[in-house]
Design a protein around this ligand. Structure first.
Ligand code: ASP
Length: 413
């Protein structure tokens, strides 16, 4: 049986057992959750050394700064473009479905606004004044910048850079191998991560707000089906089904961990092996995506902002809705790829159009379930952009999944 199939079975079994344990979530927390944490920690162990070493090698292999700049520019443009479309789609759906109609907001809660990072702070903060500190703290943007500098440095000094490069090349391969080993436990890991989430967020919590959940889930599915399919088809002539099959292992880990940063090693592995994205582009585009590209989060913020307005009986003007598109797109850059980060940034989006923060209290109870969907979209979106960028550079190889797909098609003929 293929690993992807096993992971999906783990996920499904986890949902079923979670529902069965709904009455006694302590059992799930005490006996099952630790295996999930173990799996997650194993992946986390890989992140910093993998990203750091493979990006050094990637940057060095690109050879020149111009190419790096070009790829960087394209990547950011794709990321921002797809994110703006996602918020737009979220708003559109919420206008149609009207999920907040007929609900009232509890007035006795107080919520604090998020400390919103200024864009200039984010940009300035990208340069690590102490690179070792960045590595220790796992500050992804700073690690990316430092690794890029090292990679460029290696190419400019020529012969003397070789030993350094081969050390990191070797480290990158070791970490990559680790990912494969850890992923063989993914079916159990995913199972153990999902059981407690389902046991705690049982149907009784979800049903009253089923309309918002449904709107977010439908939005996520549509965004992937329309935007990512067109991206991989349009730029890379890749069959969207091969794409979704290829990224499925990362998508299921994202769904069960609600962390795109935590899923990163799996995303890199899937993009490189199944989708044929070359190592150099993977190592740059995907860590950047896990940090700044959050289409699912942006879509969710669009839906939730409108939901809060509807629940309060307020209507938002087109101008206000455009403000949401802008703020949610920018907010997604500053959102960390960890569970619940998007909810904190939602307060910023609400503030931008003058909606009371208490509205987000309605969302708080169901946020984890929304987080699973939006994180999946975030991760799949990173991979779709990696495919598109590689194709525009003429560097996309044929990935395993597409190869299998093509062979099956030929067999059928
Ligand atoms: N959990 C999401 C992620 O890791 C971020 C969010 O909360 O929206 O991508």
């Amino acid at each position: 049986m293929k690993l992807t199939t096993k992971i999906l079975i783990g996920l499904l079994a986890g949902i079923i057992i979670g529902l069965m344990l709904g009455g006694s979530p302590e059992i799930a927390r005490t006996y099952i959750a630790p295996f999930g944490t173990l799996f997650l920690n194993l992946i986390r162990m890989i992140i910093v050394p993998l990203v750091f070493s493979s990006l050094i090698v990637g940057a060095a292999s690109m050879g020149d700064v111009k190419k790096l700049g070009r790829i960087g520019g394209k990547t950011v443009a794709f990321y921002l473009g797809t994110t703006a479309v996602a918020v737009f789609l979220g708003l559109l759906l919420a206008n149609i479905v009207n999920p907040g109609a007929g609900l009232s907001i509890p007035t006795n809660v107080t919520v604090e606004a998020a400390q919103t990072p200024l864009l200039t702070d984010t940009l300035l903060g990208m340069i690590p004044s102490n690179p070792l500190n960045a590595l220790v703290q796992g500050n992804m943007l700073q690690i990316i910048v430092f690794a890029l500098f090292l990679g460029i440095g290696i190419t400019t000094i020529g012969e003397k850079g070789k030993p350094f490069l081969s050390f990191f090349d070797s480290l990158a391969e070791i970490m990559y191998k680790f990912t494969a080993i850890v992923m063989s436990f993914a079916p159990i890991g995913v199972f153990a991560l999902i059981v407690p989430v389902v046991a705690v967020n049982g149907p009784s919590v979800l049903i009253p707000l089923a309309k918002v959940i449904l709107t977010v889930y439908i939005g996520c599915i549509l965004h992937m089906a329309i935007v990512y399919s067109s991206l991989v088809k349009g730029f890379a002539k890749m069959n969207p089904i091969s794409f979704f099959k290829g990224i499925a292992p990362a998508a299921s880990v994202a769904f069960s961990t609600s962390s795109s940063a935590g899923t990163l090693p799996v995303t890199i592995k899937a993009a490189r092996e199944n989708l044929g994205v070359p190592r150099g582009i993977c190592s740059f585009v995907l860590p950047l995506g896990a940090t700044i590209n959050m289409d699912g989060t942006a879509l969710y913020q669009g839906v939730c902002a409108l939901f809060v307005a509807q629940a309060l009986g307020l209507s938002l003007t087109i101008g206000q809705q455009l403000t949401i598109v802008l703020t949610a797109t920018l907010a997604s850059i500053g959102t960390a790829g960890v569970p619940g980060a998007g909810f904190i940034m939602l307060t910023m989006v609400l503030t931008s159009v003058g909606l009371p923060l208490e509205g987000s209290a309605l969302i708080a109870g169901i946020d984890r379930v929304l987080d699973m969907a939006r994180t999946t979209v975030n991760v799949v979106g990173d991979a779709a952009v990696a495919v598109a960028v590689s194709a525009t550079e003429g560097e996309l190889n044929i990935g395993l999944t597409e190869l299998v797909h093509k062979m099956e098609e030929e067999d059928n003929e």
